[in-house]
Write a protein that binds this ligand. Structure first.
Ligand code: DGL
Length: 281
């Protein structure tokens, strides 16, 4: 038992979106060791089919199992919406998604709920279902925002163009007189500064990252899996360019992480970042 308590929590996303969940883990569960995987070779996930997402998620979880994680947090709404139910029973560690914790938090805050997400998450209706299962009287407007993830992954967070794109997405959503807005994609919190210039302060912002980590904390306690000693440094792995991920993520991490390359389905794991920094737009 002692050994499993010390095992890392696996966290994955298509890219840097899951760092918003990692930040919450650092705040709420500072003693836990984390293994973070970003499937950057195959992002964005949000325009892909359910079949592809399910296959990718299975591959990632198989790799995580090999790394001996004690729990996995899907720090990706698209994976949580399209694959969580199917894979939950296939692995012998608990797997948590962001949709249900996000939906619970949203219904506690409002009745007219906007959800911005990838097109795949919006199409799945996962948020509408989860929200209305808890509160059938809540109204939900889901909006797919396909341009956000590429802009974030290209580090165009502060571009005037990004501001215009955000306005294009959010102004029509505001016309529904929403009282709550859910970040239905983990990447979007990285645009919070821009989003807050468009959304009135009366609209409550819900970041499911906060609540999935609360749920993880409870689950670890319940299962007697909480780590009590100091955390090991976070281990980062990506399927694409390790140098590009390291370069992009340092603005949120506050340091330049060393990042492993992993080929999926499970192949070799190199601990040496090999690629040059990609030239980003
Ligand atoms: N950050 C992920 C999500 O929450 C995936 C975004 C993408 O790759 O399109 O859905």
């Amino acid at each position: 038992m002692r050994e499993i308590q010390n095992s890392p929590i696996g966290v994955f996303d298509s890219g840097v979106g899951g760092l918003t969940v990692l930040r919450e883990l650092y705040q709420q569960l500072p003693q836990e060791s984390i293994l973070y995987f970003a499937d950057t070779a195959r992002l964005p996930y949000g325009n892909r089919s359910a079949k592809e997402i399910l296959q990718f998620v299975r591959e990632i979880l198989a790799w995580m199992a090999q790394q001996k994680v004690k729990m996995v947090i899907m720090a990706c709404n698209t994976s949580s919406a399209l694959a969580l139910e199917a894979v939950r029973q296939e692995f012998d560690f608990p797997i948590l998604g962001v949709i249900l914790p996000g939906a619970k938090a949203a219904v506690e805050r409002g009745k007219r709920i906007g959800v911005i997400s990838t097109p795949a998450t919006a199409k799945s209706q996962a948020y509408r279902r989860a929200i209305q299962e808890i509160d059938p009287t809540a109204q939900v407007w889901q909006l797919g925002c396909p341009r956000f993830v590429p802009l974030i992954e290209q580090n165009r967070l502060w571009d005037v163009h990004t501001q215009e794109v955000a306005r294009e997405y959010l102004v029509p959503l505001l016309a529904h007189d929403i009282d709550t807005l859910v970040y239905g994609c983990t990447h979007y919190r990285h645009l919070e500064a821009i989003i807050k210039t468009i959304i009135p302060s009366s609209v409550k912002l819900v970041d499911p990252a906060t609540y999935v980590v609360q749920a993880a904390k409870k689950e670890l306690e319940l299962m007697g899996l909480s780590k009590t000693s100091l955390a090991s440094p976070t281990r980062f792995a990506v399927s694409g360019s390790s140098a590009a991920f390291s370069h992009l993520s340092q603005q949120w991490l506050g340091y330049c992480p060393s990042v492993e390359s992993v080929s999926l389905p499970i192949g070799f794991v190199s601990t040496f970042p090999r690629e040059q920094v990609e030239v980003l737009e």
